[in-house]
Design a binder for this molecule. Structure first.
Ligand SMILES: Nc1ncnc2c1ncn2[C@@H]1O[C@H](COP(=O)(O)OP(=O)(O)OP(=O)(O)O)[C@@H](O)[C@H]1O
Ligand SMILES: [Mg+2]
Length: 326
């Protein structure tokens, strides 16, 4: 992968790197059926340089969360390796991983313990990893509540007394209290009202500058990532099918799937109603993926070659595209 795709000029190792990373789950379809392999993530090569925001986009089931779990060291790849600051993640202790990379998940309703106060929730990682004195911990909670825009008076409240947006701010404060440099956000706004989504995205943008953070930002919605991402990785059925600078992907998507994703979110006039869905058929079953290019059954431009041969990811300097037509 060419380094110029990233906007970071540093020579330091990337904050996160995937080398041929794959994850296969063994799935049983029926009580007496044999287990079958489901390739949730296949041979992904990616780099996220320090200070960059990499957006990982694709439809439901394409492997985004599986990849996120591996980036966080919560799930082992079945093949390939993940490097954190240039070090294989499986050679780093859980405590050290937690000080370098932290998650923000999709659903602030289920990810916060309803029986704990906001203070207890935010400082839990410090207790788990035995960091700081009681006084230090209190001060850190105050600092991060202020940074994420939570009023101090909520410190002894419970999650059910907060709005959805406030709960997601709690989840962000909990992630930041370990002072990580990398945050993996898995659909951090998709469970929130549209009006609140923009506030949380602005907050993440703000924190990125203030705290010098690097983000892996996962979303199924290209419109959400447009203003945040430096680079974009598009996944389809576990494969990376296009990767490039965000501005280039948005102005000139090359893979027919990326074009279809963009078409489905870009409504010129909201009063026109729902955007046209150009993908037609539904997503194929990942347990028996199509022959050749996985996207060919839904691709408006597919040729005979696309039916028969799997394309390789081509590096065109500024862009990686896995498509026979490029
Ligand atoms: N623990 C697991 N055991 C078996 N299969 C799994 C497991 N986790 C994920 N999968 C399968 O792997 C594929 C990728 O799932 P994943 O959750 O990573 O997708 P996703 O892109 O995050 O989807 P969504 O947008 O709905 O969150 C899916 O087919 C899913 O059913
Ligand atoms: Mg997911």
């Amino acid at each position: 992968m060419k380094d110029q795709i990233s906007s970071s000029p540093e020579k330091l190792p990337p904050a996160l790197e995937c080398r041929d990373v794959g994850r296969t789950f063994m799935i049983k379809r029926g009580m007496f059926a044999q287990k079958q392999p489901l390739k949730a993530v296949q041979d992904i090569n990616l780099k996220i340089n320090r200070g960059d925001v990499l957006a990982i986009v694709g439809e439901s089931g394409c492997g985004k969360t599986t990849l996120a779990q591996m980036l966080l060291g919560l799930l082992q790849p079945t093949n390939g390796e993940i490097l954190l600051d240039g070090q294989p993640i499986n050679s780093i202790s859980i405590k050290e991983i937690a000080t370098k990379v932290q998650p923000v998940f999709q659903d602030p309703y289920s990810s916060l313990n309803p029986r704990k106060t906001i203070e207890q929730i935010i400082l839990l990682p410090l207790i788990v990893h035995k960091i700081g004195t009681v006084k230090d911990r209190r001060e850190r909670v105050e600092k991060y509540m202020r940074l994420v825009g939570l009023p101090k008076r909520l410190v002894h409240s419970y999650p059910n007394q907060l709005s959805g947006g406030q709960r997601q701010r709690v989840a962000i404060a909990r992630a930041l209290i370990m002072e990580p440099k990398i945050v993996v956000c898995d659909e951090p706004t998709s469970a929130l009202d549209v009006s609140v989504q923009a506030h949380i995205l602005n907050l993440l943008q703000d924190l990125r500058t203030k705290l010098d953070l690097t983000y892996a930002f996962i979303s199924h919605d290209l419109a959400v990532v447009e203003h945040l991402a430096d680079s974009v990785a598009v996944m389809y059925l576990g494969r990376l099918i296009e990767f490039g600078k965000a501005a280039d992907i948005f102005s000139n998507p090359q893979h027919p799937y990326t074009r279809a994703l963009l078409d489905s979110v870009l409504t010129p006039d909201p009063s026109l109603g729902l955007p046209k869905i150009t993908l037609g058929k539904g997503l194929p079953n990942p347990l028996s993926p199509p022959s050749g290019c996985y996207f060919h059954p839904r691709c408006p431009e597919a040729t005979e070659e696309c039916h028969q041969h799997t394309p390789v990811l081509k590096d065109t300097g500024e862009r990686l595209v896995e498509c026979h037509l490029h």
